[in-house]
Design a protein around this ligand. Structure first.
Ligand code: MN
Ligand code: MN
Length: 298
């Protein structure tokens, strides 16, 4: 069950109205990497974990609920940034408190420009948020990744938290309101904390890479193709040479000239009919990988 506490998770303060910043902040309300996406992604992922992994269920529901609290803060901040626009409706002959800004010809030009580029607040929503991103695109469930395997979902969530963090960082460049800055710092930092929580949870699970039950086929999994030619050297690095992320001794196999070294060989032959006439989904191999290690760069 959910209950609602009328206090915000962290105090939201806005010094003065700023409809332009309210517009870009919509990205964290109804945008692809926003708070609604985070809340509904973790909430949706949690259902299959309730029985099979109650500890992860608790974690996912806790963070989903915190993201809803962030959505509440972002919505409040957008509304405060539009203060004056969202006053009680007045008689039609009066204008809202924000209108002194348009009293001068210059201010009127700016307001008309604002309506033209972002009509949402001024002529559609009455000075509150809507479930759209900063460009007015509707929020969609297509933003949600939920795949039923906790190691897969946790990796999706690490990516989601990384994106949320960097979007807050970009947003912080676009305001000099101290109250807004402190609120954004809180929201940004909570995404860092969530990243650490999801990382710890991933490390807590049994090592499972590749995810799921099936191993990769050893004929193909340590092969790196050089798929570019033309001018310039092909770059070599730990992603295509030397020891790969496997136990000691398993190295990358680098296919420098795929047309000759791959296409022209039997390596690409489909041998399913001989080695697996029943068409079983099983793959002959094992899972030699370890978790990726997350350590701070010295
Ligand atoms: Mn958040
Ligand atoms: Mn988060």
């Amino acid at each position: 069950m959910f209950t609602h506490n009328k206090d915000l998770q962290f105090e939201v303060r806005v010094t003065e109205p700023d409809p332009r910043f309210a517009t870009v902040l919509m990205e964290q309300f109804g945008g692809a990497n926003g708070e609604l996406t985070a809340a509904l992604q973790y909430f949706t992922q949690a259902f299959v974990l309730r029985e099979k992994n109650p500890k992860m269920y608790d974690l996912f529901m806790d963070i989903a609920t915190e993201e809803l609290s962030h959505l509440e803060m972002v919505g409040s901040m957008i509304t405060m940034l539009l203060d004056g626009l969202n006053d009680d409706l007045k008689v039609a002959t009066q204008r809202c408190d924000w209108m002194p800004a348009v009293a001068s010809r210059d201010g009127r030009e700016q307001a008309i420009h604002q309506v033209a580029v972002s009509p949402l607040f001024l002529v559609l929503s009455g000075g509150g948020p809507d479930v759209k991103d900063s460009a007015g695109n509707n929020w969609t469930g297509a933003f949600i990744d939920a795949n039923g395997d906790p190691t897969v979902d946790l990796r999706s969530n690490l990516a989601a938290e990384s994106r949320a963090k960097i979007v807050y960082e970009y947003l912080k460049q676009l305001t000099d309101d101290p109250g807004v800055q402190d609120t954004l710092t809180f929201l940004m930092t909570r995404e860092v904390a969530h990243y650490q929580q999801f990382t710890a949870a991933l490390n807590e699970l049994p090592v499972n890479f590749p995810p799921g039950q099936l191993p990769g086929d050893p004929r193909f999994q340590n092969v790196a193709f050089n798929m570019s030619d033309g001018n310039g050297q092909s770059v070599r690095g730990p992603w295509n040479e030397g020891q790969g992320p496997w136990p000691e001794g398993v190295e990358w196999e680098y296919v420098e000239k795929p047309e000759q070294q791959w296409l022209g060989t039997s390596l690409r032959a489909n041998t399913g009919a001989e080695i697996n006439p029943e068409g079983s989904p099983a793959v002959d191999g094992d899972k030699p990988f370890t978790h990726e290690q997350h350590r701070a760069t010295p």
